[in-house]
Design a protein around this ligand. Structure first.
Ligand SMILES: [Zn+2]
Length: 434
């Protein structure tokens, strides 16, 4: 037997791997490891009869089913039953560490009260702050674990998670330690963000500059020293942190090694987007009231606009972020839930996609790119997650829908039939075969 013959015989032996996913009508994904802007957001790969091979937590091949079945022998198989395979969603803006909910406040809003009226009466963020301060680490971890389960139910495999309901040095650190513990225990990947500048706590309402001093002099250095957050975020708005205070806090954060993100131009055109661009933030979020100059500034600085289109619905505000105009201008928006107990009690990225289509005039491919690759880029993860390509972490969703277009088209039913996170099957309505 010639050596070459021996090699070719060896090469037809299937490789042993952990998992094979086949039987899909469609596999849809953006491709690449950085932001997709403008027209590129629509240029996703949509292929029929294509599946995925997974081993050791990574995608090892994306190819036609017959080729995968020839090349690999898997210890577990998922048959997609004519559904659609997409990347796990990346939710780039959430506030999941809280105790207590705000359903009464929701009804005040449906009866006509505004966000600011509720906040001025001690509701809003400050009512959740009381709940977090009174709750133990263990209770907060238990709540967060339950919420992470719900993210997975909806196909979300990476979540950016903010503190911001403690608003004392110890309670902010407690919140970030809760995030760190849940990240160790749960299959959802968590990106931790410090949001001590979410609001002024009640005890600083009459001396807000003292709270800014506390943030800059004590809280940020302690969070940095404990390596408890990758990002520093801030609520830049005229009733909370104005442009000058925001610049001071974020500049200090940057010096301490944090990446930056901002709640910007959500309720008024204050110039938060311009500040995000000036400071080289990774993201500027909300942006319902962004100015044309703000859009230009984000485009020039390459900042990701993270749009939260369900929030104006919850706040009963007519103004929407100009998602269509941003894409036409060459920006690369991400979309997210902004899951929180007050202004958006929603954890489902498909519902965000439908709303982005209907209200922001984004097409199905743009919505998918915004909910996966661009969201991953906004949290510094685009080289690892956000697309289905060999070498990326195996975060995969199987839908019971025949095409990715149904994600926007069908509203209000969970179409996720299986979820793979970091190479492991963590949700399965398909009946996987060992
Ligand atoms: Zn937020």
């Amino acid at each position: 037997m010639h050596a070459g013959e021996y090699t070719s015989r060896m090469s037809v032996e299937p490789r042993e791997i952990d998992l094979l996913i086949t039987g899909a009508a469609e596999l849809a994904t953006a491709e690449g490891d950085g932001l997709h802007a403008g027209e590129r957001m629509s240029e996703i790969s949509v292929r029929a009869g294509v599946g995925i091979a997974v081993h050791a937590g990574e995608i090892v091949a994306v190819a036609e089913d017959a080729e995968l079945e020839r090349k690999f022998r898997a210890s577990e198989c998922l048959h997609a039953r004519g559904g659609t395979i997409i990347p796990g969603f990346v939710d780039a803006h959430t506030h999941p560490v809280f105790a207590g909910t705000r359903e009464e406040e929701f009804e005040l809003r449906t009866a006509g009260s505004s966000y600011l009226e509720i906040s001025e009466k001690g509701g809003g963020i400050l009512s959740t702050v009381r709940g977090v301060r009174e709750s133990s680490h263990e209770v907060l971890v238990a709540h967060l674990m339950m919420r992470l389960d719900r993210f997975l139910d909806g196909g979300t495999t990476t979540v950016e998670a903010k503190s911001g309901y403690g608003l004392t040095p110890d309670d902010e650190i407690k919140s970030l330690e809760v995030i760190a513990e849940a990240a160790r225990l749960h299959p959802v990947e968590i990106v931790p963000t410090f949001l001590g500048a979410h609001d002024y706590p009640a005890e600083f309402r009459d001396k807000p500059s003292a709270y800014v001093d506390l943030l800059v002099e004590e809280m940020l250095p302690r969070v940095a020293e404990g390596k408890l957050a990758e990002y520093c975020d801030i609520f830049t708005e005229s009733h909370v942190f104005g442009i000058e205070d925001s610049r001071r806090i974020l500049t200090r954060a940057k010096e301490l090694g944090f990446q930056l993100r901002l709640h910007a131009d959500q309720l008024s055109p204050l110039g938060g987007a311009e500040l995000a661009a000036e400071l080289g933030a990774h993201s500027a979020d909300h942006l319902e009231f962004i100015s044309d100059a703000g859009i230009d500034a984000l485009a020039e600085a390459g900042v990701v606009p993270v749009l939260c289109p369900l929030v104006p619905l919850y706040l009963r505000i007519e103004q929407e972020a100009p998602g269509r105009r941003m894409i036409d201008r060459g920006l690369a928006p991400a979309i997210s839930t902004d899951f929180n107990p007050g202004s958006c009690y929603v954890q489902s990225m498909p519902e965000v996609m439908t709303w982005s289509a209907l209200r922001l005039s984004m097409n199905a491919a743009e919505c998918l790119t915004a909910a996966t690759l661009n969201a991953a880029a906004s949290v510094g993860r685009a080289k690892r997650v956000g697309t289905l390509e060999a070498g990326k972490r195996a975060d995969i969703v199987v839908l019971d829908q025949p095409s990715h277009r149904f994600l926007c088209y069908e509203f209000g039913r969970n179409a996720v039939s299986a979820v793979v996170a970091n190479g492991k099957i963590v949700r399965d309505r398909l009946g996987s075969k060992a």
